[in-house]
Ligand binder design. Structure first.
Ligand SMILES: Cc1cc2nc3c(=O)[nH]c(=O)nc-3n(C[C@H](O)[C@H](O)[C@H](O)COP(=O)(O)OP(=O)(O)OC[C@H]3O[C@@H](n4cnc5c(N)ncnc54)[C@H](O)[C@@H]3O)c2cc1C
Ligand code: SF4
Length: 516
């Protein structure tokens, strides 16, 4: 008989196929799952994020126990709980006389650095296994990246399409194109009504967690009332089925749209299930492909959806591990303005931004374009400090884990990595928001105005951003058109726009604390 192993399962590792559990001996080994304060508070998470992870952990522990696995579950309220992962691993090794620790690599660099010290702290060897729930192993991404001057998602995506055979005919992409993005930029017409999002009613276990979170985290931001996230594999599969049947066919058309009162439109709301391991990315992509092959969903929708998971999700994870820890410290545009208080209070007066913040507070969710082109775009244009912005994104979304949050925020939204991820900053004026949403119709600002009391703040901020960063961005071939337009303006107009931007920013109050 082999020496007893302590198999550690982290909160976002609720997968039956987890590598740490692969060769588990149920009569002998012990699985440790620990709810620790340190993980609940390393940023001030939205209360739904904490509840989501704890509820998924409790359900997963129950499912393992039902299969005859011995699970040592340490609850947050356990009086002996040390509050840290390392402390709980050390206690469990002693409690069970474990001779070795087996774990799956964590999603976050911070936890990985800690995990490397577990063996020494507990006095037994620790084996850290690859997280094979991702489609592309970290080592494969590093090999792909080696020697490349630019690391664009689109190139990486094609490699994975070929490797998995997803949407391929031999060596060629189905439909003759790799990417159908140009067809995926429609505004939501008034007479198109997305189906209501799939809700999972909390069961007794989840309700107990919601009570616990309300009691223990009274000062964390975000409401618990709307909690309806999948917390088991069965819930997540039901959510996937509903998405494939009801939303996928129009996912592509309205992928970039935003609309008043519509939090998710035709988006999947599956990131929490994927990030916790309730769904596996390849299985989700294959299910979506099958919808196209059966003629139930068009190619622009299915390719667009698969690209998010096979392309973006795998790419940001590879990039994160390739570039950390230095990546988090980059600040290519020298942005240093404090995060405004309205990122918490939703009272900026800018209808688009307040809508996203209020929705985020209620649901711990915003879809990609809301994150990128409203809160992200404002942060980019206003020159907000990337550390504060990253902290905000990591705090406010139920799906936020640093491996996926950081590249999206730092690289895609803020261009803080100087172009490692994006070939140009995603900077846009109010015109973009007006084209893709109906927010401007309800706003106290006028999107057609750039200067004056009622002018949309995004407009002056946009031109000010371009003028401010001319030295760095002026020669970017993808920005030539924008700079040409700026150059055609007379200098008095540019000066007025820059004054407008400065006076707006002068009036913005910085956030003092991060509670509601
Ligand atoms: C500033 C910013 C911060 C973000 N932070 C996070 C985060 O903390 N956690 C997170 O999971 N996603 C993050 N994203 C990516 C994306 O916004 C979310 O994955 C998506 O909105 C989740 O909603 P959905 O499941 O309805 O997605 P859909 O639009 O329906 O997409 C389907 C799936 O594709 C994946 N996906 C889509 N876009 C991306 C992307 N850019 N990167 C990685 N995966 C993607 C997700 O797993 C998602 O569930 C961020 C994007 C931006 C611009
Ligand atoms: S007018 Fe400007 S601030 Fe108002 S909703 Fe439109 S883009 Fe947002």
């Amino acid at each position: 008989m082999s020496a007893r192993a302590l198999r550690v399962v982290l909160g976002d590792q609720c997968s039956r196929t987890l590598s740490a559990l692969a060769d588990l001996d149920p009569g002998h080994d012990v699985v440790l799952m620990a709810e620790v304060m340190g993980e609940c508070t390393y940023v001030r998470h939205h209360r739904q994020k904490i509840a989501l992870v704890l509820a998924a952990m409790r359900h997963f522990a129950r499912a393992l126990t039902a299969r005859g696995v011995r699970v040592d579950y340490v609850a947050l309220d356990d009086p002996d709980n040390t509050g840290t992962l390392r402390g709980e691993v050390m206690r469990a090794v002693r409690r069970h006389g474990a001779a070795r620790i087996v774990a799956t690599e964590p999603g976050e660099w911070r936890v990985h650095a800690d995990m490397l010290r577990w063996g020494e702290a507990a006095g037994v060897p620790v084996e850290i296994r690859d997280d094979d729930r991702f489609i592309c192993p970290r080592a494969d991404f590093a090999r792909w990246a080696q020697g490349r001057r630019v690391l664009r998602m689109e190139h990486f995506y094609r490699v994975l399409r070929r490797r998995t055979g997803l949407l391929m005919e031999g060596d060629e992409p189905v439909g003759g194109r790799w990417n159908f993005d140009v067809e995926n930029r429609r505004r939501l017409p008034d007479d198109v009504h997305p189906p209501p999002p799939h809700r999972v009613e909390p069961d007794a276990i989840t309700r107990a967690v919601l009570d616990l979170v309300a009691r223990r985290f009274p000062n964390h931001w975000g409401g618990l009332d709307a909690f309806a996230w999948p917390v088991t594999v069965r819930d997540a599969k039901a959510a996937l089925d509903r998405f494939l049947a009801e939303r996928l066919p129009q996912f592509g058309d309205y992928q970039d749209a935003m609309a008043e009162g519509e939090a998710s439109l035709f988006h999947a709301l599956l990131s929490t299930s994927l990030n916790l391991g309730l769904l596996l990315p390849l299985e989700v992509c294959r299910r979506a492909e099958a919808e196209w092959r059966a003629g139930r969903a068009p190619l622009n929708a299915v390719e667009g959806f698969i690209r998010q998971i096979l392309g973006w999700r795998e790419y940001v994870r590879g990039l994160y591990w390739l570039k950390m820890p230095d990546y988090a410290r980059l600040n290519a545009l020298g942005a240093d303005r404090a995060l405004p208080s309205f990122y918490w209070s939703a009272d900026s007066g800018m209808r688009c931004l307040d809508a996203v913040v209020a929705q985020t507070r209620e649901l711990a969710y915003a879809h990609h374009i809301q994150r990128l082109m409203v809160t992200g775009n404002f942060a980019l244009l206003a020159g907000l400090d990337p550390r504060e912005v990253n902290d905000w994104y990591l705090s406010v979304y139920a799906d936020a884990f640093e491996w996926v949050e950081l590249p999206n925020t730092h690289g895609m939204a803020l261009y803080a990595d100087g172009g490692i991820m994006a070939s140009k900053p995603y900077a846009a004026s109010g015109r973009y928001i007006d084209r893709m949403s109906d927010h401007c119709r309800h706003c106290r600002y006028d999107v057609r105005e750039s200067v004056g009391e009622r002018a949309c703040p995004f407009n002056a901020l946009y031109w000010d951003f371009l003028a401010r960063h001319r030295a760095r961005l002026g020669s970017n071939p993808r920005m030539v058109q924008m700079y040409r337009t700026l150059d055609r303006m007379d200098s008095a107009k540019v000066a007025a726009l820059r004054r407008q931007a400065a006076s707006f920013l002068d009036r913005v109050a910085p956030a003092r604390r991060r509670s509601a």
